[in-house]
Write a protein of this length. Structure first.
Length: 144
């Protein structure tokens, strides 16, 4: 399936985009079928090959949401704008979502590990108490 999407070019912190037609499995900077325009977001100007864009859309190519909205705002195509989906992650939500993603089995495993550590501590304390009692008995036997 062909898509029309942005391919980033330009320097660091000075992005410019080519509008390319390419296979949907290709990376945006990879091999493309045709370059149908470019866009400079800093100056809000671009050049579009309107006939070629209309041709590829008629051939079944799908425009990405961002490219579609740009073409609508620049009046290259007549259509409604689409909702662009960005997923912003906040630092607090990442930790909460990771905790929420744990399955019941993982939680049970961590609980059993904690229980095992507690049992090991109790056993060590018992051994220490037994050693102390043996020393006291040995001391009493030596004195007697």
């Amino acid at each position: 399936m062909l898509v029309i999407r942005f391919a980033r070019t330009g320097r660091k912190n000075k992005a410019q985009f080519r509008i390319v037609v390419q296979e949907h499995t290709a990376t945006p900077t990879g091999r493309n079928v045709e370059i149908v325009g470019n866009w400079n977001p800093h100056q809000k100007e671009g050049a579009f090959k309107k006939e070629r864009i209309e041709y590829w859309l008629s051939q079944g190519a799908k425009a990405s949401d961002s490219v579609h909205n740009l073409l609508v705002s620049q009046k290259v195509i007549n259509d409604k704008k689409r909702a662009v989906k960005f997923s912003k992650k906040k630092s607090g939500e990442d930790e909460e979502s990771k905790d929420a993603e744990k399955s019941g089995e993982e939680i049970k495993e961590t609980e059993t590990v904690k229980e095992g550590k507690e049992e090991a501590k109790v056993e060590e304390e018992k051994k220490e108490d037994d050693k102390a009692e043996k020393k006291e008995e040995d001391d009493k036997n030596k004195k007697a």
